[in-house]
Each structure stands twice: as structure tokens, then as C-alpha cells.
Design a protein around this ligand. Structure first.
Ligand code: FES
Length: 161
């Protein structure tokens, strides 16, 4: 029985005609799986390889080249909260914001809260320097983040009013 759902497999297969080679679909396939499962399990690597006619090692190499993807023993929380620590954000309090979030969530960067709701990460420039300090929640930027604003964001992500 296949590990990847029919819908994940179909989404990967739908990319194939849009790329010059099946190998070029490796990255989009990893993103699809990672978004859906919050990690890329070994069995998923094997099945992506099978769909794309590659070896598992080729898919695994691509996955580990980008430090973005998590393996199954480091599954992401429901939301991934990135805090920028590059220059513009650092000057405007990014480091303090990161420390505040570590204290508030009781995790270190890279860690996930015990309720599985939030993974905290540090990031290099998010491309939102005009809104420093900036954070990103999965794909969405939030600008000019004060500690108070960060607390609101956390409450929302935790589903608290
Ligand atoms: S330095 Fe933080 S978004 Fe650019």
C-alpha cells in the first residue's frame, strides 16, 4: 500500500509535464510532501523517487542540500515561525524578539512547542527589511514586530482568543 495519499501523488505527477525533466520535479515534490506532512518521511522519499524515476539517494541528496526540509524525527509544528536575525532586523530588535519568543514558547530555535502548534526558527534576511524586525509564519510576512505583536501572533497560532 502506498504511503503517499492519492492527492499528494497526483499533485506531484501534475508537475511533470511542466518541467523539462522528471528530476526537475524533485524540489516541488519535496515541498508538496513537506507542506502536507510537516516533514519528509523516508517512505515518502522512496515514493517520490519511484514517481520521478530516480533513486532514493538522489531525492535524499536534494532534500538535505536545502536545510529547509525536516526529516520525520524532526517533524514541524502546525505553524513554522521564522524570525529574521540579519542586519536590518538585528538593528531594530530582531535578536531581542527571537529571545522573547524562545522564552515565551519555551523552545530554542529549531524547536517545536510540546503542543505541536509552533516551530520556532531563525532566518537570514526574509526580504522584508523595510518592515524590520520581520517574521514569517509559513509563507506570510509580518512586519514591525514588537514583543506585544509577537504575543498576539502566538495566541492566534495557538488558537487562543
Ligand atoms: S534583514 Fe530582516 S528582512 Fe531583511
Amino acid at each position: 500500500m502506498a504511503f503517499l495519499s492519492e492527492s499528494i501523488r497526483k499533485r506531484i505527477e501534475d508537475y511533470i509535464p511542466r518541467y523539462p525533466s522528471k528530476q526537475a520535479v524533485t524540489l516541488p515534490a519535496l515541498h508538496i510532501v513537506h507542506d502536507e506532512l510537516r516533514c519528509v518521511p523516508r517512505q515518502a522519499i522512496r515514493e517520490i523517487a519511484e514517481i520521478l524515476g530516480l533513486s532514493s539517494a538522489q531525492v535524499h541528496d536534494t532534500m538535505t542540500f536545502y536545510q529547509f526540509f525536516r526529516e520525520e524525527d524532526q517533524k514541524l509544528g502546525k505553524a513554522r515561525l521564522w524570525v529574521c536575525r540579519s542586519l536590518a532586523c538585528q538593528i531594530r530588535g530582531g535578536e531581542e524578539l527571537l529571545n522573547h519568543l524562545c522564552d515565551k514558547l519555551h523552545v530554542q530555535p529549531g524547536g517545536t512547542t510540546p503542543d505541536g502548534k509552533i516551530t520556532l526558527e531563525f532566518a537570514e534576511c526574509l526580504g522584508a527589511c523595510e518592515g524590520a524586525p520581520a517574521v514569517m509564519i509559513d509563507d506570510e510576512h509580518v512586519h514591525n514586530v514588537t514583543n506585544e505583536k509577537a504575543d498576539e501572533v502566538i495566541n492566534e497560532l495557538r488558537g487562543n482568543p
